[in-house]
Design a binder for this molecule. Structure first.
Ligand SMILES: [Zn+2]
Length: 291
């Protein structure tokens, strides 16, 4: 897989710096990845730039990433190769003003917004509204699983998008990608062919300002479960999807990013050159363009 050359230097729209917990049976404990590790992955794979996301404090017990302030400090002097997205704690009253301050200090977007609140909770919407007003994109993790509910209640996403018509919103996570099929069970990562178009198709068609990243297990699984569907889906939504990995999170084969799983999968499909260019790079460039 993946023998096709890269048509453009990709932008990884979803990476982090810090520690992640391993659930791999052959790797116990935590894995820590710093700037040099991220840059080393990018050099090896040919990734030109990466969007690096912070997380709100204590939002995920299995990840300890650099805080917003640490991240802004860490990416200085790298010539824009690492693009920082920050996420204040939506539970704090000063979250919206905090985002404004971070943007003044170099933050390029809101992310990764991953909190145990509904997607239409006023505290989530308030922060998204601030991103809209500041003219920066936002990236949200949606999950409705047995262990965690993050930015859940996807059925309310249309009302949020209607309220924020000028916000460029990138979604990802199992609570989004499991809706790629109309027929879905309770699994976090459903397998088997797509049975009818799901909410994912309908929302991407309906909202010009909605995008999705294909990072981590959720995005890759949604595509890999049905190869025929994946090619059609990536073709139709080539202007709405962005390549991302969720580095340094761990995969079955090692680590997302260095394992090239997302990249090799995209390259293995017989996608038109334009679609590959859009997904690997150009949509990310459009999202990152200053408003
Ligand atoms: Zn992430």
């Amino acid at each position: 897989m993946g023998s096709r050359p890269l048509p453009v230097p990709p932008i990884d729209f979803h990476a982090h710096l810090g520690e992640v917990r391993s659930f791999h049976p052959k790797l116990k404990g935590w894995v820590r990845s710093g700037i040099d590790d991220l840059l080393s992955y990018m050099d090896e794979v040919g990734v030109e730039r990466a969007v690096v996301h912070s997380l709100p404090p204590r939002s995920d017990p299995y990840a300890t990433f650099l805080s917003s302030e640490q991240l802004l400090e860490a990416v200085k002097g790298l010539g824009g190769r690492l693009i920082p997205f920050c996420c204040p704690d939506p539970l704090l009253d000063c979250a919206a003003s905090g985002l404004g301050k971070l943007v003044c200090e170099g933050c390029r977007g809101l992310g990764e917004l991953k909190v145990q609140l509904r997607i239409d909770d006023p505290r989530v919407v308030r922060l998204l509204k601030e991103a809209e007003e500041l003219g920066v994109p936002a990236l949200v993790h949606v999950e409705e699983g047995p262990l965690f509910h993050y930015c859940y209640g996807i059925e309310s996403l249309p009302s949020v998008l209607r309220e924020l018509p000028d916000l460029k919103l990138v979604v990802h996570g199992p609570g989004w990608w499991s809706h790629i099929s109309a027929e879905r069970g309770p699994e976090l990562y459903p397998s088997g062919p797509i049975k009818g178009e799901g909410l994912v198709h309908r929302l991407l068609r309906r909202f010009d300002n909605l995008y999705a990243d294909i990072s981590a297990t959720s995005g890759l699984n949604a595509l890999k479960r049905d190869l025929e569907h994946a090619a059609t889906f990536l073709g139709e939504f080539q202007d709405k999807l962005v390549f991302g990995t969720d580095f340094p999170c761990l995969s079955e084969e090692g680590q997302y990013g260095p394992d090239r799983s997302h990249l090799n999968f995209l390259l293995s499909l017989d996608l038109p050159a334009r679609a590959l260019r859009r997904i690997l790079r150009e949509n990310a460039e459009d999202l990152l363009r200053e408003a």
